[in-house]
Design a protein around this ligand. Structure first.
Ligand code: AMP
Length: 545
């Protein structure tokens, strides 16, 4: 028999109405394009989102139509999030750092009817307008009339000004209720190989993910928290913070386009931010600024990182020099995105400082609601001993079942697991540690070598800023590791000293055959090392030698 409880669907609009009703005065603060500060409240977000629905309806947006955004983290972007999903349309966040060809491709693939665009991306729209003219009818610039830019659109497309449209609309709208499994938002993977693929989140998956990331052992979001997501709203919903902050009634601080160390430090202090999240590159910039300026962070107690492996330098420097916990989570677009978070269990209380820092390199424990396992090449489950590494698979209610345009279940194996493409170990306490992307793992003489382990060690060298280990073809061993390092500004790197540092810390046969010093390393649109391009350039390095 079924339980006798109400089955009220989990609507994204009710996250917002909860915030407006119970935390109406809680702040939403944005750094604008002009570098001024805009302040209002969750009650204001709810009112303006209703007004925006009226704008969308007036532009012919219907249920399940896609509403594209090309925008930084800011209050107008937040309104597009809530208005689109709330009226049963789909907000499609587009990563402006992708190549313009990919951007045009995904706008057409998603069939975005209308685009909301920040001023920074006006030139990008002019560049791709002709290629998206069959799909996009209206481009709305996220600004007021005084700041409208020049944009060259193709015939048949209309340019509009956000605040002008908002002024002309009213707020007379009641949020509808519908099936919680309805699509709410769409985000494309960065696609380092092949075309980007769309992940289509539902109202239900978004709610459950927001609940899970709010938990104390994850982001620990409270009504008293002041949260600044540096992680962009244009990719993977800023790790769910626009929803989780509203659920808790926390203050949300949106940093806009100025993400350099000095701007970040200024904003974090000015807005009394307690917790902030972003990829490691941002925190490297912040750390360099703090060290060179002597500035301190006055209110931040925790920094969350994810998206790529947390460099040991950041964990130790923030802890030892600034008294800030630098915590790591792991996830991916297909997981809404958060899958694991590294929060200690009682057993970690006894670790020495060095052991604790080493433990923080792990990507962490699975969020409740999801499940994970590691399997070998034949699909056999591997032990949780912290040593065996294999392909990481996950399942759960905020994991994609198929990509946009595919049949449900198309992305899963026969038992319903999603293959993440990551290679990992899991220790007896359930802490998962990524050792590689499956396509980046180095297969030397039939055995696997973890590129991330070698990179983590290499960046602990005092002269090294960044490191990448790739598989280079080898006549005898099939593949051997090649280590590329970028020196810290003003330093030179002695390759032999890097190898000396690795010696004894990994098996001898893991040691790279060569260390090459380079000026910089290529990155993807989401800040990850672009190993495909390094492999193209260096794959024959040992054959030429
Ligand atoms: P994306 O879908 O762009 O968010 O990329 C997801 C991928 O980023 C994952 O499959 C991992 O390979 C990588 N990733 C995310 N978080 C971490 C982390 N904390 N450590 C190492 N790799 C990570």
């Amino acid at each position: 028999m079924l339980g006798l409880m109400q089955s009220q669907g989990l609507m994204i609009s009710s996250i917002l109405t909860h915030a407006a009703r119970h935390h109406g005065a809680a702040e939403v603060v944005s750094r604008t394009h002009e570098n001024t500060t805009h302040r209002y409240t969750w009650a204001g977000v709810e009112r303006r989102s209703r007004r925006l629905v009226k704008v969308l309806l007036a532009h012919g947006v219907e249920r399940q139509d896609r509403v594209g955004t090309l925008a930084w983290n800011g209050y107008r972007h937040l309104e597009v999030y809530y208005a689109s999903s709330g009226m049963e349309a789909i907000v499609h966040t587009i990563n402006p750092r992708l190549h313009p060809d990919d951007i045009a491709y995904i706008i057409n693939h998603a069939a975005d009817k209308i685009l909301f665009v920040d001023l920074s991306f006006a030139p990008l729209i002019s560049l791709i307008a002709a290629r998206i003219a069959d799909t996009v009818k209206t481009v709305v610039m996220l600004t007021d009339t005084a700041n409208m830019p020049e944009v060259t659109l193709a015939p048949g497309m209309t340019l509009a000004c956000y605040e002008q449209l908002m002024d002309a609309a009213d707020e007379d709208y009641v949020w509808p209720r519908f099936d919680e499994n309805t699509a709410a938002s769409l985000c494309y993977t960065s696609g380092t190989t092949g075309r980007p693929k769309g992940v289509l989140y539902s109202h239900r998956s978004t709610w459950l993910h927001a609940y899970a990331v709010s938990m104390p052992d994850v982001l620990d979001i409270r009504a008293t928290s002041r949260i600044l997501p540096v992680v962009p709203m244009f990719h993977v919903n800023a790790w769910g913070t626009p929803y989780a902050t509203a659920l808790a009634g926390a203050a949300l601080i949106l940093p806009g386009r100025h993400l350099d160390g000095a701007s970040m430090a200024g904003l974090l202090n000015a807005e009394r931010v307690t917790f902030t999240s972003g990829v490691p590159t941002v925190w490297l910039g912040l750390l360099q600024h703090l060290r060179s300026s002597g500035q301190r962070l006055e209110t931040v107690t925790r920094i969350m990182t994810g998206g790529s492996a947390a460099p040991p330098l950041l964990i130790e420097a923030f802890r030892d020099e600034y008294g800030i916990r630098f915590e790591q989570g792991w996830g991916m677009t297909e997981l809404s995105p958060v899958g694991t978070f590294n929060a200690p269990k009682p057993a970690q209380a006894g670790l020495t400082r060095d052991e604790a820092a080493r433990h923080m390199l792990k990507q962490g424990r699975i969020l409740p609601g999801l499940d994970m396992k590691i399997v070998d090449g034949d699909g056999r489950e591997l032990p949780w001993d912290g040593v065996a590494f294999g392909d990481l698979k996950v399942r759960g209610p905020w994991v994609a079942s198929a990509y946009f345009g595919e049949e449900p279940g198309a992305a899963l194996d026969k038992d319903g697991w999603f293959a993440t493409g990551d290679v990992a170990t899991i220790d007896p306490d359930g802490f998962m540690e990524i050792t590689d992307r499956s396509k980046d793992v180095i297969k030397s003489g039939g055995e696997w070598i973890s590129s991330i382990t070698l990179e983590n060690l290499a960046v602990s060298h005092p002269d090294v800023m960044e490191a990448a280990v790739i598989a280079a073809a080898h006549p005898k061993w099939d593949e051997r590791p090649l280590l590329l390092v970028v020196p810290l500004p003003g330093h030179t790197v002695d390759p032999a000293s890097v190898l000396a540092l690795l010696e004894g810390k990994v098996a001898k046969w893991w040691l790279p055959d060569e260390v090459v010093v380079v000026d910089e390393l290529p990155h993807t649109a989401t800040g990850k090392l672009l190993k495909t391009s390094l492999r193209t350039r260096y794959k024959d390095h040992y054959l030429k030698a």
